[in-house]
Ligand binder design. Structure first.
Ligand code: DBH
Ligand code: FE2
Length: 302
């Protein structure tokens, strides 16, 4: 069984490299740690980077997870290949671009690109925010799935993730004590749906809500509170329609809870996403449209 040690980075292809860097620093509150004409590396915690914007839409999205050792990485590669899953072993320059010693890449059944890495660069300097958004860490990604059941089986059976809760068919998956590090939201297309940063306290959520609106940033959802993880949250749109989430107070499972937890099934309705009543301006979070909702069956009446 694979044990993903932690989420490590997200790579986002963009034609708007300068705009993405400007948004991530001035608005989101990340620190720019390196950039060249092809890529920009930014962080919201003490790791070497959390987000890499890569010039060119074609480079798409990828999510990187750290394995505890290169030997564990090699073992996972063999397990995946034996299961008939194509595994790309990162070339030296690809590992350098990711600031890691070893990397493998494969896709989940929806085509989401997953990278497993070993010995990522540590950093001897503290995260130094460009704006005091209260960010404490890069914590999870929401991903789009074109086949929720198949992707959930892949992430749980192949990669060792555990379901913490469902909202409709959307699975919130944990790989450690944090309620989730990956969430899979049904969608017609794959890709990274949102990027989450933890913030220190609710004051950070609320002061950012005022700041973002003053800056003309489109709010996507919230301020609100998730019924699933209990986290208070705020979502907003950045360049290329990427959604960013600040949240605080996410549930942390004790080892006993991790062992005994029975995942809950929340219905796909607004109150499952927000206990306070905020309504999402996020396609994957909206209740199925009338054309999608199962039509009530009326018995033939005379
Ligand atoms: O934190 C959560 O529970 C949560 C639920 C639905 C969607 C999300 O993005 C979340 O982070
Ligand atoms: Fe989230």
């Amino acid at each position: 069984m694979t044990d993903l040690h932690d989420i490590r980075y997200v790579r986002v292809g963009t034609e708007r490299l300068d705009e993405s860097v400007e948004f991530a620093t001035r608005i989101l509150g990340l620190e720019l740690v390196a950039r060249d004409s092809h890529a920009a590396y930014l962080r919201g915690d003490d790791r070497d980077h959390n987000v890499c914007y890569v010039k060119g839409e074609g480079s798409g999205h990828a999510v990187g997870f750290e394995m505890k050792s290169s030997s564990l990485l090699d073992r996972v590669a063999t397990e995946l290949q034996n299961a008939g899953i194509a595994v790309h072993h990162g070339r030296a320059e690809e590992c350098e671009q990711r600031r890691v010693r070893d990397m493998i890449r494969f896709t989940d059944p929806s085509g989401n690109r997953i990278e497993l890495v070993a010995r990522p660069d540590a950093s001897g300097t503290r995260y130094f925010p460009s704006r005091d958004a209260g960010i404490t860490s890069f914590s999870h990604v929401g991903m789009r799935t074109t086949d929720a059941a198949t992707d959930e089986a892949f992430w749980t059976q192949r990669l060792g993730a555990r379901v913490s809760d469902w909202i409709g068919d959307a699975a919130l998956l944990r790989i450690d004590g944090v309620h989730h590090k990956i969430a899979l939201f049904p969608s017609p297309v794959p890709g990274v749906q949102h990027i989450n940063f933890q913030v220190a306290e609710v004051d950070d959520i609320m002061s950012s809500w005022y700041f973002l609106r003053e800056q003309g940033v489109r709010i996507a959802f919230g301020p609100g509170r998730h019924a699933t993880s209990g986290a208070r949250f705020l979502y907003f749109y950045g360049p290329d329609g990427m959604i960013y989430e600040y949240s605080c107070g996410v549930r942390i499972f004790t080892p006993e809870e991790d062992r005994d937890h029975v995942p809950r099934q929340f219905p796909r309705e607004p109150r499952s996403y927000c206990m306070w009543g905020s309504k999402p301006d996020i396609a994957e979070f909206k209740a199925p449209s009338a054309c999608e909702a199962p039509q009530p069956q009326f018995a033939n009446v005379g």
